[in-house]
Design a protein around this ligand. Structure first.
Ligand SMILES: [Zn+2]
Length: 397
């Protein structure tokens, strides 16, 4: 289907013909039935809790549950409130609206809402820029004066998951466009003085097999997190993977039913974490440790620091805690640092995280000391400032 469309004149192909929205009624292998791959599952969950972490790059060989996990997560995401009839799934509560909804507002119309499933869009590597951003039909504008915009993938993916299998094979320019839209949260298309814009906030999940070529370092850095996925080595776990796969293939609905309670519990936990997130504390000590971690990993820029802090905060929320711990920062560094490290003879082995581990060990000792100091203070009536005064709390996003 995609091959037929490549040479078609713009505007003639409806979006549904060239990307694959996954029908949610289709029976999918449950996320909670995936054996092992804990970092992969956690990285996906944390992006669901907090989409501004910036997505996940999943590196690994074929047949390692990569796409099963991503599809499984989409099913777990709660329904979203959207403006009734909006092609871009605008949120009725957000000030950022598409040009259509802005026009409706200007005309004095109300914006009633409806519920939809969180979108999951599977983008083929043959996608062109036009198909990603959408097209303005200038001929129609000239003919009838009516603005006509043919939505692209960014429209369909708004507030959902945009999945790109083998992202390293996608045209570099298209990847740039995707990452720019993801960073700005808006897609603006301009042609001949006419413009159309719509919100484009989505969690970008890309997979790649490093044996088939690397991604440019500038692009790798734009993914919030990355996970190296390997096949599970333990015999017991491998046997369990096979047993579950066979059971699912034999009778998908019966197998899925077995996991219904676990799926519902995880869905609830993600929703609770989303609500709890703004109340999770990050202290000055966490900011300092994060800066030390990034320096120790010899990574440039603030993107890594922000990714670590947001991930740690989302993890604390998912664990129903009010304060970030060094354990959260350790997990976040493992997910946010390795893909940003420079690879070369002078930089050493990118997977060598000894210096990062040293920072974590020191920070963890400090955390233990602070906790015992606090216990002491609590013991004799906790007067004035307890822990370190540098530990002033910060909340929110
Ligand atoms: Zn809209």
């Amino acid at each position: 289907m995609a091959a037929d469309c490549r040479g078609s004149p713009r505007g003639n192909v409806r979006p549904s013909r060239w990307y694959t929205p996954v029908p949610m009624s289709q029976t999918l292998f449950p996320f909670t039935a995936i054996v092992g791959q804990d970092d992969l599952k956690r990285a996906l969950i944390l992006n669901a809790v907090r989409p501004d972490i910036g997505g996940v790059l999943i590196r690994g060989e074929r047949g390692t549950a990569k796409s099963t996990a991503v599809r499984g997560l989409a099913v777990l995401l709660p329904q979203i409130d959207v403006v009734h009839g909006c092609r871009f799934a605008c949120s009725p509560d957000s000030p950022s609206l598409c040009s259509d909804c802005e026009d409706r507002l200007t005309a004095g119309g109300p914006l009633p809402s409806e519920q939809r499933s969180t979108p999951f869009i599977d983008l083929p590597v043959s996608a062109t820029e036009d198909r990603v951003v959408g097209t303005l039909d200038i001929e129609r504008i000239l003919r009838s004066g009516e603005r006509h915009f043919e939505p692209g993938v960014l429209a369909s993916a708004n507030r959902g998951i945009l999945y790109i299998d083998e992202v390293n094979l996608l045209d570099d320019h298209v990847v740039d466009v995707l990452l720019d839209a993801a960073a700005m949260g808006v897609n603006i298309v301009e042609r001949e003085g006419v413009s159309f814009s719509h919100p484009a906030r989505f969690v970008l999940v890309g997979t790649m097999n490093p044996e088939e070529g690397e991604l440019r370092p500038q692009l790798t850095d734009r993914f919030g997190l990355s996970v190296e996925v390997r096949s599970v080595p333990e015999l017991h776990a491998r046997t369990e993977i096979l047993r579950r796969r066979l059971a699912f293939d034999n009778e998908p609905p019966a197998f899925t039913e077995e996991y219904e309670a676990e799926e519902a519990a995880l869905r609830e936990r993600i929703r609770n974490a989303q609500e709890h997130l703004p109340r999770v504390l990050i202290t000055d000590r966490h900011l300092r440790v994060t800066a030390e971690l990034v320096t120790a990993a010899m990574v440039d820029g603030h993107r890594a620091e922000l990714a670590i802090l947001k991930t740690a905060q989302a993890n604390a929320a998912f664990e129903a805690r009010d304060v970030v711990t060094i354990g959260d920062l350790a997990l976040a560094s493992r997910l946010a640092l390795p893909h940003r490290r420079r690879r070369g003879p002078l930089e050493g082995n990118a997977s060598d995280m000894t210096a990062v581990q040293d920072v974590l060990d020191r920070a963890s000792d400090e955390e233990a000391e602070l906790a015992s100091d606090e216990d002491g203070v609590a013991g004799d009536e906790k007067g004035g400032e307890s822990a370190s005064s540098a530990d002033s709390p910060k909340r929110g996003r």
